[in-house]
Design a protein around this ligand. Structure first.
Ligand code: AHR
Length: 345
């Protein structure tokens, strides 16, 4: 619930922003005179739980589904007032969003951090303002872990291990256990937990296979366009790639385009073995076609678990410091068509 103090802080912040806006107009700034969206629309009711969400961006299909799940979960009907800020893949935007939430005196801050480091100062500001912060999806690396209440998301390192174990089993089943296997990796945003976890989880398994040869790691920044360029570069540089690891599905889409354009084959009959992460619908259709051999799920629907956490905090109950969502994997041997029938994404 909004406390009396927070509620007044919220109103003062609104008045302050409004005055600033007027001052801006008076000084002939480029403002078009329109209020920022959330100020121009409704205000929270007295009993609303006000949540400021700082999202990474909209770089992937996974992210879009993740955002939709927040909108579907934290609804007005259920007594939530959501302030959503898109960081557009920039940490500085996310820090600004957090400071805005603090100024507004929200009840909770939900932060999906683009990278792990660089959060200590702003999280301390939130703590000093008495606002609980829930870290979601990726993780933060801070000196003092009491700066946030808990982290809700995926076990991203386990996802990387699962990919490594799957590859080992597959190569064994194809009689390629001792063959030299050349691998390239399209990594996610450098310094993000999704990149660090998947890279290091896979590397852990790779250590057990001296015949696996990592030719190169390059970042595709979790986007299709960048991955297409990086895959083109890989194909120009190396003529014997056995395995491509894509640290998310959108990068797999870009890499597949480049591989096909180069006239190369994908899949089990002598083609490049592609592994991916996320398991969004369009990627699962490629698993069904055998172009992606296996896809390791990253569950984007974490909002219900965050809601459960907030409700516990509202009741004054303790919450687990790290909470993982359930995840699985899908490969070319499975009946993907049937699985997709009751899959939301
Ligand atoms: O942090 C989750 C990752 O971020 C997803 O794998 C990816 O698609 C997204 O951009």
């Amino acid at each position: 619930m909004l406390t009396w103090v927070r509620k007044n802080l919220f109103l003062s912040a609104f008045l302050f922003s409004f005055l600033l806006l007027l001052a801006g107009c008076a000084h002939g700034t480029e403002s078009d005179g329109a209020l920022p969206q959330e100020e121009s629309e409704s205000q929270p009711d007295e009993d609303d739980i006000v949540i400021g969400i700082s999202q990474v961006g909209s770089e992937s299909d996974w992210r879009m589904m993740n955002t939709k799940a927040y909108m579907d979960t934290f609804t007005e009907e259920k007594g939530y007032y959501l302030i959503f800020e898109d960081g557009q893949q920039k940490q500085e935007n996310q820090v600004k969003a957090l400071r805005k939430f603090i100024l507004k005196g929200v009840d909770y801050i939900v932060l999906a951090p683009i990278v792990e480091t660089g959060w200590d100062a702003v999280l301390k500001e939130a703590q000093d303002a008495g606002i609980p912060v829930i870290i979601v999806d990726r993780d933060v690396s801070v000196e003092d872990e009491s700066l946030y209440i808990c982290r809700v998301g995926s076990d991203l390192m386990q996802e990387g291990r699962n990919a490594g174990e799957w590859l080992a089993d597959y190569l064994e089943s194809r009689g390629r256990r001792n063959e030299k296997i050349n691998i390239v990796t399209l990594q996610g945003t450098p310094g993000s937990t999704a990149q660090i976890g998947r890279t290091s989880g896979f590397a852990e398994v790779m250590k057990k296979h001296a015949n696996w040869n990592m030719l190169e790691y390059q970042s595709g920044d979790f986007t299709q366009a960048k991955a297409y360029e990086v895959m083109e570069y890989f194909l120009e540089t190396y003529d014997d790639i056995d395995v491509v690891i894509c640290e998310n599905d959108n990068m797999a889409f870009g890499a597949i385009e480049a591989i096909k354009e180069a006239g190369l084959k994908l899949g089990k009959n002598g083609g490049i073995i592609m592994l991916s992460f996320d398991a969004v619908r369009d990627a699962l259709l490629l698993v069904q076609k055998g172009e992606i051999m296996a896809d390791f799920e990253c569950n984007p629907i974490i909002a219900p678990l965050i809601e459960e956490t907030i409700q516990k905090l509202e009741r004054g109950e303790a919450v687990e410091k790290v909470q993982y969502v359930d995840e699985t994997y899908f490969d070319y041997k499975m009946d993907i068509g049937t699985l997709l029938l009751d899959r939301e994404y």
